[in-house]
Design a protein around this ligand. Sequence first.
Ligand SMILES: O=C(O)c1ccccc1N[C@@H]1O[C@H](COP(=O)(O)O)[C@@H](O)[C@H]1O
Length: 212
Amino acid sequence: MNVTVKVCGVTRLEDARGVWAAGADALGLNFHPGSPRYVDVATAAALSRTRPPLGAVVGVFVNAKPEDIRLRVRECGLTVVQLHGDEPPEACSGYGVPVIKALRVRGPEDVARARAYVGVGDVAGLLLDGAAPGYGGGGVTFDWSLVAQLAGCGAPVLVAGGLKPSNVAEAVKATRPYGVDVASGVESSPGIKDLDAVRAFVRSVRSLNLWE
Ligand SMILES: O=C(O)c1ccccc1N[C@@H]1O[C@H](COP(=O)(O)O)[C@@H](O)[C@H]1O
């Protein structure tokens, strides 16, 4: 079992290159104006051009207008859209790329809500995040035992929220996810990646033997 690693909220070219060199599978670019990791179109397009042939560039949006999302996909070469706000299932298609729907988990009812997105439109995966104030990037974990509620749901599940090099292995062992996503846990300050931490994070995931 290979766990996909996404490093999110990259704002600088040197960080993007470092993230790919560390062995990450996906780079996240944040288009939520309220985020300290927000990137404008020109910066996002330049960051996106660092993508290796099989890497994914994921645009993170919060309650954005569909026409704005479509524009960003084209302008910035996004290969996946991550909807991290209050988007209903019917808002999860029409961008021309696969969609990951993120849900913030306070308790079992939020994980149950995730099921409403399975098999809908272009939803290709679910992402479970901790419930920090605001919409994401808050560095807060959730009760990983709740991920079991989605077993057999038919959608790949990514685990996020408060992950860092020191706890990501435990999170993976507890949840056996399709992938993990990290923003604040590998930073020296918001939007500035600590490449030693990025490398330690990826190494920690890759060194797990999940065939056991
Ligand atoms: O990172 C942000 O600032 C952000 C803002 C708005 C929506 C999503 C955001 N990031 C996503 O939040 C989770 C968890 O981040 P963290 O590792 O706990 O800092 C992750 O999925 C990011 O993609």
